[in-house]
Design a protein around this ligand. Structure first.
Ligand SMILES: [Zn+2]
Length: 342
């Protein structure tokens, strides 16, 4: 089968023929229809410092996908041939304290699909049945392909109650945009989003934010004034991983404000801890999705009319992966999809 492979410890990817994966007793074999390109895939493509220490070659990339079940192992009972499925890309150990308690998203020995083992940028992927999410309600294929990052957005956005609250989101990449749509849908009063790309801020306006602020030429405090906020933001969702974004967020929170952080900083940086203490701010780190509570929430949010269409801006056949990766890495658009049937 064709697969997108990091075959050597150097920048770039190769589209090559690899053996089809074997199906174990608890596994599901999935014919991949569409995949989403994630920031993680860009790091692996570029072979940056993180990739060099995290990845062992050869590796089939990819963890955001939708596909169709074409085979199941003998122990799989509740998943059927022809089911349309996505997959939870965090494979958990099942043995640690959190796994045993049912808090699988807090597993301390997680292996990532397309990071620690072969992934979904291929014509077929095999996954443990316990990690397969069956789309019981029809979902647009492009949206189904990005359930993994959509789950990051939902997990982050629904970490704290949003109804009637003023929400600040730093970073209008695909996950920031989806979080903005969720916050809107969930009943936030104001949703303010920041970025440095006018294209991404335009996409944010399409998902219905109150204010999309370019922090190259405006300050978050200007945004607060424009919306008539007197006491600061109630909830912050940090999606950029950038020091100045978190520092600025902390400076603009109300007393008792709550911050959920999904953006992954590349290095350590100073934080005004005195402000955290005296403003009594809560900081929560987010990684992945709750299994499978977040997946349930995603499905019902879409059923309830949440619209993610503006977030998907690039569609390519898998043979055009170089163009697709360049599009995703540009920092200007939304989500980029690879079609594995074209
Ligand atoms: Zn575990």
């Amino acid at each position: 089968m064709k697969a997108l492979v990091k075959d050597k410890a150097e920048p770039g990817l190769r589209l090559m023929d690899v053996p089809e994966p074997e199906v174990g007793p608890g596994d599901v074999l999935i014919k991949v229809l569409r995949t989403g390109i994630c920031g993680t895939d860009l790091h692996i493509h570029a072979w940056d410092g993180w990739a060099q220490q995290a990845i062992r070659t050869p590796l089939v990339l990819g963890h955001e996908f939708v596909g169709e079940v074409v085979d199941t192992g003998r122990d799989v009972t509740d998943i059927n041939l022809g089911d349309r499925v996505s997959g939870e890309g965090h494979l958990v150990c099942g043995k640690c304290r959190n796994c045993l308690a049912g808090r699988r998203h807090l597993c301390r020995a997680t292996v990532g699909l397309g990071v620690g083992r072969d992934g979904a940028f291929a014509e077929y992927v095999v996954l443990l049945a316990t990690n397969v999410w069956v789309h019981r309600v029809p979902v647009d294929l492009d949206v189904a392909a990005i359930f993994d990052p959509f789950g990051n957005a939902v997990h982050t956005a629904l970490s704290f109650p949003l109804v009637g609250e003023d929400v600040l989101i730093t970073g209008a990449g695909p996950i920031g945009l989806m979080a903005a749509a969720v916050a809107r849908h969930a009943g936030a009063r104001n949703v303010v989003i920041t970025d440095v790309s006018e294209e991404r801020l335009d996409l944010a306006r399409k998902v219905g934010v109150s204010l999309a602020l370019n922090v190259r030429d405006a300050r978050i405090s200007d945004g607060q004034r424009a919306l008539g906020l007197r006491e600061g933001f109630d909830v912050g969702l940090e999606m950029s991983g950038r020091a100045e974004a978190l520092q600025d967020m902390i400076a603009n929170m109300t007393h008792g404000g709550r911050i959920a952080m999904l953006g992954l900083p590349a290095q350590e940086f100073p934080v005004d801890w005195a402000r955290i203490v005296t403003s009594m701010i809560t900081l929560k780190g987010i990684y992945g999705r709750e299994m499978f509570e977040t997946w349930y929430a995603m499905s019902v949010l879409l059923e309830g009319g949440l619209d993610l269409a503006p977030v998907i801006t690039g569609r390519y056949g898998y043979r055009d992966f170089e163009t697709a990766f360049a599009d995703a890495a540009s920092g200007r658009g939304g989500k980029v999809i690879l079609d594995w049937t074209a």
